[in-house]
Design a protein around this ligand. Sequence first.
Ligand SMILES: NC(=O)c1ccc[n+]([C@@H]2O[C@H](COP(=O)([O-])OP(=O)(O)OC[C@H]3O[C@@H](n4cnc5c(N)ncnc54)[C@H](OP(=O)(O)O)[C@@H]3O)[C@@H](O)[C@H]2O)c1
Length: 266
Amino acid sequence: MRYPIDGQTILITGASDGIGCAIAEQLDGRAGKLILVARREDALSTLADRLSTPTRIVPCDLSTADGPSALLRAVTDESIDVLVNNAGVTLGGAFADQDLDPVIAMLRLNIEAPLRLIHGLLPSWRARGEAAVLDVSSVAAFIPCPGQCAYAATKSFLHSFSEGLAGEWHGTGIRMTVLAPGSTRTAFFRRGGIDETKLPKNFQTPEEVARVGIRALERGAPLVISGRTNRAMDLAVRLCPRALTRRVARRILRPLITGEARTVDA
Ligand SMILES: NC(=O)c1ccc[n+]([C@@H]2O[C@H](COP(=O)([O-])OP(=O)(O)OC[C@H]3O[C@@H](n4cnc5c(N)ncnc54)[C@H](OP(=O)(O)O)[C@@H]3O)[C@@H](O)[C@H]2O)c1
């Protein structure tokens, strides 16, 4: 069964760059209306100018206590059919060296914002009996990640929460799709203070990841892992003893720790 995307009002967080921007571009000409959210108004405007679909931009910092409710207030008059919870940041380095404030801001953005947006939109979706959510988690949700401990934990939370919601919503007309990308060629790692040359080389492009996510959303798939290597990794993690997973993850990811605490800003 294919679910409609065409003609729908689709809100995408983190649309100013990377995977969110690629999702917006691929929905251009198909969505009825796009609502693009991120902090950088200029980047959102530049993207909106390129799109042929009617587009509204809502500049908003979703890592602040009031960010998600401000966004919900701004879109009260919109009838949102699809919510794409894509905005997210990482924070590289040893936890001991990190200031706690940026870590808490990351938790707010990666966990609290999707929860609040879904919770705020659910009453109208339940009244309508139809809606869809695409939550962007990560393969980091499946493995311990030295050098990005708190980030990986945010994605584990989002992943588990979203799969749980898929179960709660089964048969209600409200669909959940979780998209788990692996390393993707965006500014994400640089912004998080991570030297991506130290990562395994199997990067996907944001366009590839966006295509996989949109296709899964249309199929109504509860979970999609983007990329063959990432799917193989997921299978290996599920088959291997946890101790082996920890050892391999430590060997691959620990070199990422630079000892320098970084901020989450661009
Ligand atoms: N790249 C990867 O390797 C990878 C792998 C697995 C999962 N993911 C996930 O994919 C999602 C998108 O990542 P990406 O690679 O596309 O990263 P990206 O290129 O850095 O884009 C991140 C987006 O989030 C927005 N954003 C950041 N902080 C925000 C805030 N406080 N409030 C509102 N918006 C904010 C950014 O816009 P502004 O700066 O304008 O606010 C940008 O549009 C994230 O959830 C990430 O965890 C990425």
